[in-house]
Design a protein. Structure first.
Length: 167
């Protein structure tokens, strides 16, 4: 309670506020004089922030979860909605690729995002094609598709995304 009273007394007569204003102004003058600040005011961005904390939390939860799945999942499983799953994945990939083409054509910087999505979906498609294919011709076809089409296209999509980010 005493701290509140002192703070309120100082801010009422303005001495604390004036002292802070003077110190901030002096610091800014020093930064500008030394060339460390060009005088323009920008939003302050933390190197990580909340997004980094959330991403770290997701990784911390998913890594042990992968071990649990490895120990408990059956080696085979009869999947419902098999067609819907594959059609949805391929439609999502087609939409991401088409949207990337459109955004590149219109020189929109968001093409980097859709290119990353398309590349990621292509890699996921290759992974699930190969890992769910039956032994023999099906697996050979899936591996060939992955190595000749899906993975090279994914790399191209990532190169496009990187190029767009540098632009």
């Amino acid at each position: 309670m005493t701290t509140t009273a002192i703070t309120n007394d100082l801010s009422v007569d303005g001495r604390l506020g004036d002292a802070i204003d003077d110190r901030v102004a002096d610091a800014l003058d020093d930064y500008i004089a030394e060339g460390r600040l060009d005088g323009r005011i920008r939003a302050r961005r933390s190197p990580g922030g909340l997004a980094a904390l959330v991403a770290a939390g997701v990784a911390a939860v998913l890594l042990p979860w992968c071990l649990i799945l490895a120990a408990t999942l059956p080696s085979t499983y009869q999947a419902g909605h098999w067609k819907l799953t594959w059609i949805g994945l391929d439609c999502g990939t087609a939409i991401a690729a088409g949207l990337t083409a459109y955004l590149l054509h219109t020189r929109n910087r968001y093409a980097a995002l859709t290119a990353m999505a398309a590349g990621t979906l292509l890699m996921a498609d290759a992974w699930f094609d190969v890992s769910t294919a039956a032994a023999g011709f099906d697996r050979t076809l899936s591996l060939t598709e992955a190595l000749v089409l899906e993975l090279p296209l994914a790399v191209c999509a990532f190169v496009v995304a990187a190029r767009e980010l540098r632009r």
